[in-house]
Design a protein around this ligand. Structure first.
Ligand code: BGC
Length: 254
């Protein structure tokens, strides 16, 4: 049976966002709900907050969850911007009791899936790199429309530091930098990634994609760089699509 709607949940370092998504169009159905990520951001506290959002949106739909870490088989393997208790935590198992089958994937992979299907890279046949600029930097790499899951390009070292510590939107805010002062740091980061991956297209997502006019013109890199078409909603849409497709019997990687 074709699933038309699913709930997407995007767990981030600073907020948890969720919405019902029409998975055939990628459009949010009704309101997007958000709560701040609980601190400390332990799995129990975060999943309780996420579950409350899902319940608010209505029961009975497939649920997909994007988490800010590497995810293998529903288990989180890394935790750069969330509590270390997440490492080794089986999210899929923890949520199955509440919502039935849940799909769990990396948050940037979810955002990339949405942009590949409905957004800035829809139908792109080549190598596409989606980068989400938030608390950290998430990455999703596609070739011929297929995702290579769990790339972690936010952690490429630049000048002795994790790339995301220098160039994420969170780093800009922490250091009180204007977009103009931040742009060279982002440019340096993008050049480094380009030298390693040589993508045909880079898409920038996360909250700052709404402000792309403030910094994209200041960045000079080889590949075309576009803001995410789904802006900050891509992570929700991608998680919902993954949930609907798994529910539909399609093979899922993670
Ligand atoms: C994590 C990634 C995540 C990204 C964005 C990074 O610190 O390692 O897994 O996708 O932040 O949330």
């Amino acid at each position: 049976m074709e699933v038309a709607r699913a709930i997407g949940v995007d767990i981030g370092g600073s907020g948890i966002k969720a919405a019902v998504v029409d998975v055939r169009t990628g459009v949010l159905v009704g309101e997007r709900v958000r709560v701040p990520t609980p601190q400390p951001s332990t799995p129990d506290a975060v999943l309780a907050a996420a579950a409350a959002l899902v319940e608010q949106l209505g029961a009975g739909l497939p649920v997909g969850v994007g988490v800010p870490g590497v995810v293998l088989g529903g288990v989180v393997m890394s935790a750069a911007n969330i509590d270390a208790e997440w490492i080794g935590f089986d999210v899929r198992d923890a949520l199955a009791g509440r919502f039935g089958v849940c799909s769990v994937l990396n948050d940037a992979d979810a955002a990339g899936l949405a942009e590949m299907r409905f957004g800035a890279a829809a139908g792109h046949p080549g190598v596409v790199l989606m980068l989400t600029l938030g608390t950290g930097i998430g990455s999703a790499l596609f070739a011929g429309g297929l995702l290579v899951p769990n790339t972690e390009f936010g952690h490429i070292e630049i000048r002795g530091k994790d790339g995301e510590r220098r160039a994420s939107a969170g780093a800009r805010e922490r250091r009180g930098l204007s977009y103009k002062r931040w742009a060279p740091l982002l440019e340096e980061y993008l050049r480094r990634i380009d030298a390693l991956v040589w993508p045909d297209l880079i898409i920038l997502g996360g909250g700052v994609s709404k402000r792309a006019d403030r910094f994209l013109g200041l960045i000079d890199v080889r590949p075309p760089v576009m803001p995410a078409a789904l802006l900050n909603g891509a992570g929700i849409v991608g998680a919902a699509v993954r949930a609907a497709e798994q529910d539909d019997g399609s093979p899922g990687v993670t």
